[in-house]
Every structure is written in structure tokens, then in C-alpha cells.
Design a protein around this ligand. Structure first.
Ligand SMILES: C[S@@+](CC[C@H](N)C(=O)[O-])C[C@H]1O[C@@H](n2cnc3c(N)ncnc32)[C@H](O)[C@@H]1O
Length: 274
């Protein structure tokens, strides 16, 4: 079997995992209830960095069950969410209909999107747990650039790549245990681990995750012809990746002992030339 076939097989296994997770997340994501309550689920960082979206066409890549897509719709964006998990798209459409919001959801692999959508967008947005599922960052960035209108903006919010390398082998002491730099083979995590939104749910599928360094991300974006506008790092994360992470509000997690030493979150903004 070629590397390409192996990568596609890993990707297909990931799709089954995300179908399973969608069924768990539609009842376990606190963002679903927050949306029902009319509360804000987008963070002040992304609201500030993305800026006013009213009347703008926004393409949300890897939208999962559509919670963030629908939140952007509430801010006035004309939204399209894309995900390769049919169960995620089904949940997103059901949530959209329940909330009475305008949104289009497209079931498609990111890499196949140029064959499925024709138009261009003012904003391409993707966030929180997206990069590790991508087998080819260069091809992904080309898709991003393809869907931006001239002058349009790409926005990424993601866990900081340095976190791929860290693990707590002693409580409260993150150590460099795993590789930081990209390797072609994905890391395989066996089935049976807990889901992050509902730890009582044991996952029935393995996951295959690709490691990308900070320079891989930036160079993919630059390689697609986009102009980097900002690259920001923050000391908080959207989920408790390490056991000693603490939270004040139940949404953002930090490492109190290492607050000013380890970056936890990355945001990137890039623009397509006119
Ligand atoms: C961690 S979730 C994104 C989370 C989302 N930001 C949220 O908060 O719900 C990752 C999503 O990427 C999707 N995905 C992974 N690989 C993909 C691909 N090649 N094309 C499209 N979607 C993909 C998965 O189905 C999953 O819904």
C-alpha cells in the first residue's frame, strides 16, 4: 500500500471517529445549550481579531456540529460550514433548524471542496482542533486561498503546536516527551479513550493525528500566496489538554505554574491580495 493510500485509510478511520463524536457532542457540548440560551459562545479573542462579520460571506472549514458556524450567523455573517463527517453535518443542520438560523452546511472533505463549491468568501475561518486531522497542510492552504475573494481574510485559532510535544509524566510538570517536528506518518491513538466533551463515553474508534510545527503552518499559508497579517500566541487553551490545567470559567484553561513560560493558543490572520 502506498503512503497516499495509508493516509486516506487513516483519514477514513478519523471520519468514523468524528461521526461517533458528533452523536456524543450534540448532547454533551455546553455550547449547544449556550446557543439555545442565546449566549455568546465565541471568544473575545476571535471576535476582536476577526472583526465585524455582518453581511460578510464566511466559510467555516471543519465546522463539526456547527456551533461556531451558527454563532457567526448570529453576528450577521452569511455562513457556510463544511465537514467530512456526515453525522456532524446532520447535527449541524438539526441545530440550525431548531434555532431558526440561516446557514448552509456542506458534507465534504476539505481537499475535495473545490469540486463541490464554486463561490468565493470574504472570510475563511477554522478553529479549535483542526490541524492534526489534516494529512497535507500545503494542499489545505491552497483550498483556503482558492475560496477567498481578493482582499478576503483567512483566520485560524488553534492549540499551540508546542503542546503536541508535551505530556505530564509527573503531576503538574509538563515535559518534552513527544516529537515536535512533522513526520509523514500520523500518530495513532487506540480506541477506548475518553471523549473530551463526555469523559464517561469511551470512544469506539482509533484516531490518527498528524503533527505540524509552527513553521509548517506559517509556510503553508505563505506558500498558498496569502499575506500574513498577524500571528498571536496566548496563555490559555479551549480544553484541558494537560491534567494540571485549571479553569476559572469552565471554557478556558491555563497552566498557572507556567503561565508566562508556555504558549497554549495560536491565532493567525492572513489576506489574499487584490
Ligand atoms: C475538533 S473538530 C472542530 C471543532 C470545532 N471547532 C468545534 O468546536 O466543534 C474537528 C472537525 O474536523 C473535521 N474534519 C477532520 N478532517 C477533515 C477533513 N479532511 N475535511 C473536512 N472535515 C474534517 C471532523 O469531522 C471534525 O468535525
Amino acid at each position: 500500500m502506498t503512503d497516499r493510500d495509508q493516509h486516506r485509510q487513516a483519514e477514513e478511520a478519523n471520519r468514523l471517529l468524528w461521526d461517533e463524536k458528533a452523536r456524543v457532542h450534540i448532547r454533551a457540548y455546553k455550547e449547544v445549550q449556550l446557543l439555545r440560551d442565546g449566549a455568546e459562545i465565541l471568544d473575545e479573542i476571535e471576535l476582536r481579531e476577526v472583526g465585524d462579520v455582518a453581511g460578510k460571506r464566511l466559510l467555516h472549514l471543519q465546522c463539526h456540529i456547527g456551533t461556531d458556524t451558527l454563532a457567526w450567523a448570529r453576528h450577521g455573517a452569511i455562513v457556510t460550514g463544511v465537514d467530512f463527517s456526515p453525522e456532524s453535518i446532520r447535527c449541524a443542520e438539526a441545530l440550525r433548524d431548531e434555532l431558526g438560523l440561516e446557514a448552509r452546511f456542506v458534507h465534504c472533505n476539505v481537499y475535495d471542496l473545490p469540486g463541490a463549491l464554486q463561490e468565493e468568501f470574504d472570510i475563511v475561518y477554522t478553529s479549535r482542533g483542526v490541524l492534526c486531522w489534516l494529512r497535507d497542510l500545503g494542499a489545505w492552504a491552497q483550498v483556503v486561498a482558492r475560496f477567498l475573494t481578493p482582499g478576503g481574510v483567512f483566520y485560524l485559532m488553534e492549540s499551540h503546536p508546542i503542546l503536541n510535544a508535551l505530556e505530564e509524566q509527573r503531576p503538574g510538570e509538563p515535559a518534552f516527551v513527544h516529537p515536535y517536528f512533522h513526520r509523514p506518518e500520523p500518530v495513532r491513538w487506540e480506541a477506548g479513550g475518553p471523549d473530551y466533551a463526555d469523559p464517561s463515553h469511551r470512544l469506539g474508534h482509533p484516531s490518527h493525528e498528524w503533527i505540524w510545527s509552527l513553521s509548517d503552518v506559517v509556510n503553508a499559508v505563505l506558500g498558498a500566496g496569502l499575506t500574513l497579517e498577524f500571528l498571536n500566541e496566548y496563555d490559555r487553551l479551549f480544553f484541558p489538554l494537560l491534567p494540571s490545567m485549571t479553569t476559572a470559567d469552565g471554557r478556558w484553561y491555563c497552566l498557572p505554574k507556567y503561565a508566562d513560560r508556555i504558549p497554549l493558543l495560536l491565532t493567525l490572520g492572513a489576506r489574499k491580495g487584490r
